[in-house]
Unconditional design. Structure first.
Length: 299
């Protein structure tokens, strides 16, 4: 399911939303749904948009596996397909269905918004934000090792990946993404890898906290923390990561987000300001260094 979510999120302007509770997991573009995922233990399925002819083609090609839209009103069912993830539909075919769903939704948007999405797709610096999976382990460990070899023992925005082995961190991260299972001393948060599309290399990590109901976050940490691996800095990746994280924050119904960084971290300050950050406070951190606090309006 995480692989499917990551593929949906690779689309320009795509973001996760939970308008109906924790299930279904919805992916939208310009506030319009193009994928709904139901990660039930015994029957995982995904509902996608389609035009009438394409929807009928897939239902005829995969009887009982692809059916009319689950939970959709009867008059709209011809325009939605629900795919039961039982292995009958290949990964490539499922990606084609997701592509069709996304295109179906985007074609109905005003021309101006279509153009904005097209430009966003062209201008993204070849990266996508991906939820961690077990398959990321090897690349993630290489990412962490590069920080340590550069004498950096703290990886901002990594949700303590710098302190745990991958499997322990992965399990902890999964729990903390769910408000029902998050640690008592933290808040629900979504941690993403920033992955370069051309070579699948992990370029950075970014952590989006869903609220500030924690003293450290409210005072210093803020809603978003991020890091770019040492060898990939000063290439514009941090700005792209932050812009995509702000889109995700918007899906959480956050109207404004807080970020904190050291006052001497000029590169991070430039990134935050470029993304609309306004300096609201400068104060001493627990280590004695000066810390700047910025707020960004999420529009």
């Amino acid at each position: 399911m995480d692989e499917i979510i990551n593929y949906c999120l690779s689309k320009p302007g795509a973001y996760i939303d939970f308008p109906f509770g924790s299930i279904p997991i919805c992916v939208k573009v310009q506030k319009r749904l193009f994928a709904q995922m139901y990660p039930h233990k015994d029957d995982c399925k995904i509902t996608l948009n389609c035009d009438r002819m394409t929807g009928e083609f897939y239902r005829n090609s995969y009887p009982d596996t692809v059916v009319r839209g689950y939970h959709c009103p009867r008059n709209l069912q011809p325009y939605f397909n629900t795919i039961h993830l039982n292995g009958m539909v290949s990964g490539d075919e499922l990606k084609a269905m997701i592509d069709h769903s996304y295109s179906t939704v985007v074609r109905k948007l005003p021309k101006k918004l279509q153009k904005e999405l097209e430009l966003e797709g062209d201008n993204m610096t070849d990266i996508t934000l991906e939820l961690p999976t077990i398959e990321h382990e090897s690349m993630a460990n290489q990412f962490k090792d590069e920080f340590f070899e550069n004498n950096e023992r703290v990886i901002n925005g990594s949700a303590l990946f710098d302190q745990m082995d991958y499997k322990k961190w992965f399990d902890n991260n999964e729990r903390n993404r769910n408000p029902a299972t998050v640690s008592n001393d933290w808040v629900a948060a979504s941690t993403f890898f920033a992955v370069r599309k051309s070579d699948n290399k992990i370029i950075g990590m970014i952590d989006v906290r869903h609220n500030l109901n924690n003293k450290f976050l409210a005072d210093y940490g803020g809603h978003i923390g991020y890091a770019v691996r040492p060898s990939e800095r000063r290439k514009g990746y941090a700005t792209s990561m932050l812009k995509m994280a702000l889109e995700y924050a918007k899906s959480l119904s956050l109207n404004r987000v807080m970020l904190g960084c050291y006052a001497d971290n000029i590169a991070s300050i430039k990134t935050i300001v470029k993304c609309g950050g306004k300096l609201t406070e400068s104060k001493q951190y627990v280590d004695g260094k000066q810390m700047n606090v910025y707020w960004i309006e999420v529009k």
